[in-house]
Design a protein around this ligand. Structure first.
Ligand SMILES: Cc1ncc(COP(=O)(O)O)c(C=O)c1O
Length: 411
């Protein structure tokens, strides 16, 4: 591997330093267009809401805006980012969980549509506003994700209104004066199986269709969340997005007709699908240890890419300018945790100190989950746009790191 987009990785690394997140704009645009084309031909009303949590850099949000996307956010700060970039309130949905009064008050003041996590969220919202629009996130009793940590439906999941309580939730909302409605579901992330999306939608429609019909509700939207996966290894098969869209459309149309639900919009909230494979974590080899195993130490760690430590996630590793495999190695960071092994037993070519080592598919839940653990600075982020490499976030300095601390020697 030598380049990202049109640019040479070593030149980018020399210019901006390592460790460094690099995003390829053309990939983001390609991912968005592919998804949009697959769905828009089946749905009369359809909107992609980019999920900010995957990668919240303002420049990435701006790309989404220019593509015509809406936004899905999960916290007041994410919402502020979307507003800062210029998204209009009607283009934004807010899906939080265990929402506080303070969050609900702020979000409701921005006039964005909220997918409430529970009936108790609705009662809290009622105390701070008088919502005309109400949407609940449903837990349909089933869930599936790439890992347990990203499974967001079923009995062990903390998300959503248990479906058995959904009728009461909409009944209460209607009785309290709500006149406009939506519904939301998301049971897991990194799904590669098209039939699973249709299965979940079918369950949702069976649950909600009858409730909406009984309560004479015509939902403005049916929001099926994100979850569209990408292959992180060579063995995984890419999600067939065409088939996913077609299967979802079949279920959607059948049930909308059956329960006479009007013309709701289908909303999706992809994060990973749009940005994961557009992002690379570019690092430098700092040390090579022939211990009980072969360890290749790099200048990035779990503080920068936590997915391997958090879920056992796999990110493919490439060495700049070198191919083939002559050894099995453990690629580790400099953090004082043994979970700071970012790639285990990976086949690699001969590696020497100073080599550039690149993690693939790091554009989603990479930087957005990064921390300062062990006093390591947050890396810079660079966007490759045609022949230009633009620094879209500078590397954190020591001054940035301590800037929020009230300490007598700093004043
Ligand atoms: C409510 C909601 N929407 C969208 C997403 C984005 O998911 P993904 O990156 O799998 O598309 C998430 C991820 O956790 C989520 O919780």
């Amino acid at each position: 591997m030598k380049s990202i987009g049109n640019l040479d990785i070593r030149e980018i690394a020399n210019k901006f330093g390592t460790p460094l997140y690099v995003y390829d704009k053309s990939r983001i645009v390609g991912n968005y267009n592919r998804l949009y084309e697959a769905f828009s031909k089946y749905f009369e009303k359809f909107k992609i809401h980019y999920s900010v949590k995957a990668n919240s850099n303002l420049h990435i949000l701006e790309i989404m805006k220019n593509l015509g996307a809406g936004i899905d956010c999960s916290s007041p700060f994410e919402l502020k980012l979307a507003l800062l970039v210029g998204f209009q309130p009607e283009e934004i949905v807010y899906t939080g969980n265990y929402e506080s009064f303070e969050d609900l008050e702020f979000v409701s003041q921005q006039n964005v549509r909220i997918n409430l996590d529970d009936i108790t969220s609705f009662w809290r919202l009622k105390k701070v506003s008088n919502p005309e629009f109400v949407s609940f996130r449903v837990n349909p009793g089933i869930g599936k994700g790439g890992f347990e940590g990203i499974t967001t439906g079923g009995a062990d999941a903390k998300f959503g209104v248990p479906y058995e309580l959904l009728h009461q939730a909409y009944l209460d909302a209607k009785a309290s004066g709500a006149t406009r409605f939506g519904i939301h579901i998301m049971t897991g992330s990194n799904i590669l199986e098209p039939y699973y999306f249709a299965e979940v939608l079918e369950k949702l429609m069976r649950i909600a269709g009858r409730i909406f019909k009984d309560l004479q509700i015509k939902p403005e939207y049916i929001d099926i969340g994100g979850g569209f996966g990408i292959p992180y290894t060579d063995d995984e098969i890419e999600l067939d997005i065409e088939t996913s869209a077609r299967l979802l459309a079949e279920v959607f149309k059948d049930f909308v007709e059956k329960y006479d639900l009007g013309t709701p919009e289908l909303k999706i909230e992809p994060g990973r699908f749009l940005v994961a494979n557009a992002g690379y974590l570019v690092t430098k080899v700092t040390a090579i240890k022939n211990g009980y195993k072969k360890f290749i130490g790099i200048d990035a760690g779990m503080n920068m890419l936590i997915r391997p430590a958090l879920y056992g996630a796999i990110h493919r590793v490439k060495i700049y300018g070198k191919d083939g495999a002559v050894q099995m190695a453990q690629v580790c960071g400099q953090i004082c945790e043994n979970s700071d092994i970012l790639a285990k037993n990976v086949p690699l070519p001969e590696v020497v100190e100073g080599d550039i080592l690149v993690f693939l598919d790091a554009g989603a839940y990479g930087f957005s989950m990064a921390s300062n653990y062990n006093g390591r600075p947050l890396p810079a982020e660079v966007l490759v746009d045609g022949n230009a490499a633009i620094e879209i976030r500078r590397r954190q300095t020591f001054e940035d790191y301590i800037s929020l601390i009230n300490y007598r020697k700093l004043v």
